[in-house]
Design a protein around this ligand. Structure first.
Ligand SMILES: Cc1cc2nc3c(=O)[nH]c(=O)nc-3n(C[C@H](O)[C@H](O)[C@H](O)COP(=O)(O)OP(=O)(O)OC[C@H]3O[C@@H](n4cnc5c(N)ncnc54)[C@H](O)[C@@H]3O)c2cc1C
Length: 348
């Protein structure tokens, strides 16, 4: 049966735009000029979300629908952007690319009044109970902040172009939880060091009898588990249109259908850390059950927190954090109309 393509999003028609304008929150927002100079007047938001991946955009949608003023600031350099096609998101049985998913999520949040800005945040300061967020384009202030900044995967030795082509073709993969199903019974290589590489290789063994671990350092004891080893260390890595080719130090080559990269990742937790938030041993931002960090009114969601790095998890955490923020704002009786005020701030 042919797979129906997802219904197109409702475009922002005059009607939907008018609906936004008549809402008190939007009416207030319209009085604020977006082109203010960096140290000039600006509107204070109920929440600023740093990162517009699945985590940040879900939180933005919820907050906007709670009638809270929210800005997402996103550098558009996330892991979701890299996904050629995800097949484990429940509403998309025929799959959807990461980019298409993000376009839909962004439009959905904007439809309810969330603002999404393309910019990079390079500093966050907390002063007088407010968060001042400095980007390469503007400064913005909010009562609450959410870090949804994700992680950076450590990459294999390939040029940027080859890496992008390899990921797009499914020759280079990062997430067996996500797409192990797609490589059932293929010849799979796992590039990784120490226990991390071995654990990943053993996980993938459930999908294929042909799994070879390429250790990046030292000898590895792979007793049991059915994971193979190459006769000689890897010297070079290249890609054809359909295969991953490894040149070995003994002059031979080995060919695989796909290669999983298990070289670890770095959590983008530096902004939160500089602000005083606790991080776990692996560098992820530490949070409680409501996704709150050790800093009051600062939350963290998605891959940048410890846990299963999945879109569904990131979305769930976005829902939890945004609801906690809304409830806290309600408890302190700060209604949306009161928060969409204009104030003058100076960068601390
Ligand atoms: C190749 C690949 C395939 C995958 N396939 C799947 C799959 O099929 N299913 C699945 O569930 N998961 C999959 N994943 C995992 C999934 O991509 C992540 O779990 C998910 O994207 C996490 O969402 P996030 O919002 O936490 O982070 P991200 O999607 O990484 O988004 C973080 C955003 O924060 C922005 N940011 C960071 N710092 C700043 C800053 N200082 N200023 C402004 N913006 C900033 C980044 O630019 C980025 O846009 C895959 C991952 C990869 C790499």
């Amino acid at each position: 049966m042919a797979c129906p393509s997802p219904a197109p999003l409702r475009p922002k028609t005059a009607d939907t735009l008018r609906a936004r304008v008549v809402h008190p929150k939007h009416a207030a927002a319209l009085t604020v000029c977006k082109c203010q100079p960096q140290t000039g007047s600006m509107d204070m938001k109920d929440c600023i979300i740093i990162g517009g991946g699945p985590a940040g955009l879900t939180a933005a949608l919820y907050l906007a629908r709670f009638q809270r003023s929210v800005t997402v600031i996103d550098a558009q350099q996330g892991r979701a952007q890299m996904i050629p096609k995800t097949h484990n998101l429940s509403p998309f049985p025929c799959g959807i690319s990461g980019r298409d998913l993000l376009v839909r999520m962004r439009s959905h949040a904007e439809l309810y009044g969330a603002e999404v800005e393309h910019a990079s945040v390079f500093d966050v300061k907390q002063q007088g109970g407010l968060f001042h967020v400095k980007t390469d384009r503007f400064v913005e202030t909010a009562r609450n902040i959410i870090f949804a900044t994700g992680v950076i995967n450590h990459r294999p030795p390939l040029s940027h172009e080859d890496h992008a082509r390899g990921v797009a073709l499914g020759l280079i993969r990062y997430c067996p939880v996500c797409d192990g199903y797609e490589v059932r019974d293929k010849r799979i290589a796992v590039l990784g060091s120490g226990t991390h590489g071995l654990v990943e290789a053993r996980f993938i063994r459930d999908f294929s009898a042909s799994v070879t671990l390429i250790p990046t350092e030292g000898p590895v004891d792979i007793a049991g588990g059915g994971v193979g080893l190459l006769p000689s260390p890897m010297k070079d890595l290249s890609l054809s249109d359909a295969h991953v080719i490894l040149s070995l130090e003994d002059g031979t080559t080995a060919e695989f259908d796909t290669l999983y990269v298990a070289l670890g990742s770095t959590a983008r937790s530096d902004l939160a850390m500089r602000m005083g938030a606790d991080v776990a041993q692996d560098g992820c931002i530490a949070v409680n059950a409501k996704q709150q960090t050790s800093v009051e009114c600062a939350y963290a969601i998605g891959d940048v927190t410890e846990g299963l790095d999945q879109i569904a998890v990131a979305m769930g955490q976005g829902a939890v954090a945004s609801t906690a923020i809304h409830n806290t704002l309600s408890a302190t009786r700060r209604r949306p109309s009161e928060t969409a005020m204009t104030l003058r701030v100076k960068w601390p």
